[in-house]
Design a protein around this ligand. Structure first.
Ligand code: C5P
Length: 213
């Protein structure tokens, strides 16, 4: 079985020294990769810039920086994957132009024009094989379940792991997480606050019956 996991943030350059990014540490994605390796699955990890070491036994680690690079890597690797977990916190916007030189500070205000990045998960959902299982994440500050279910349908996912952000102990920059895991067939599992390693284990436990089916 081949598992493809994305993790971490992306960085979108403004100029050679500045970028737009987010608070993702990659811990949840790396925990999923470690749990996948532990189950004996061939694991490909596509990772944005993080301060973590790849779990031992990973089949392939693909390091990327931008959303465009992550999209390219994920779509390339997706062809051979049986299970895809899109855990990365992809930047939704990037600067429309990247200054080749460091931008100088000026007196007047500066306006940065942004353009949307590719929604990688949406692309993966559109190219999904019938035998492939696609899992997304949804980090929300409010109406967690409702937004997650909308996302699952819109992006043609089989499962979505929804977590709250902006709450101590959950989501970004945290050692722990609490997740509501929803399936397209209506199943729902509430995974209470636990280490990201344990949450990763439980996510695979929940979706395993479908992986084997
Ligand atoms: O719609 P939203 O960005 O909240 O959906 C989150 C899910 O979509 C996550 O699984 C994330 O990895 C994925 N995503 C993506 N490409 C983007 C933005 C989010 O694949 N540009």
């Amino acid at each position: 079985m081949r598992v493809l996991i994305s993790a971490g943030p992306t960085r979108e350059a403004i100029d050679p020294v500045r970028f737009i990014s987010n608070r993702s540490t990659g811990r949840m994605g790396y925990a999923l990769a470690a749990a996948s390796v532990a189950r004996g699955w061939e694991t490909v990890l596509v990772s944005g810039p993080v301060a973590l070491c790849a779990p031992e036994g990973v089949f392939r680690l693909v390091r990327v920086e931008t959303a465009a690079e992550m999209a390219e890597a994920m779509k390339r690797e997706a062809g051979e994957a049986d299970l895809i977990v899109m855990c990365a916190a992809v930047a939704d916007y990037r600067p429309k132009t990247v200054s080749p030189l460091k931008m100088k500070k000026k007196e007047e205000r500066m306006v940065l024009e942004l353009e949307p990045t590719e929604d990688i998960l949406l692309s993966l959902g559109r190219m999904k094989r019938p035998d492939q299982i696609l899992v997304g994440f949804a980090a929300e500050t409010d109406c967690v379940e409702q937004y997650a279910l909308d996302k699952m349908r819109r992006k043609n996912l089989d499962w979505i792991a929804a977590n709250r952000v902006g709450i101590p102990g959950e989501g970004f920059e945290s050692e722990t997480n609490a997740v509501i895991l929803c399936s397209r067939t209506g199943g729902q599992h509430r995974l209470p606050l636990d280490s990201k390693d344990r949450i990763a284990e439980q996510i695979f436990n929940c979706i395993l019956p479908e992986v084997r089916a």
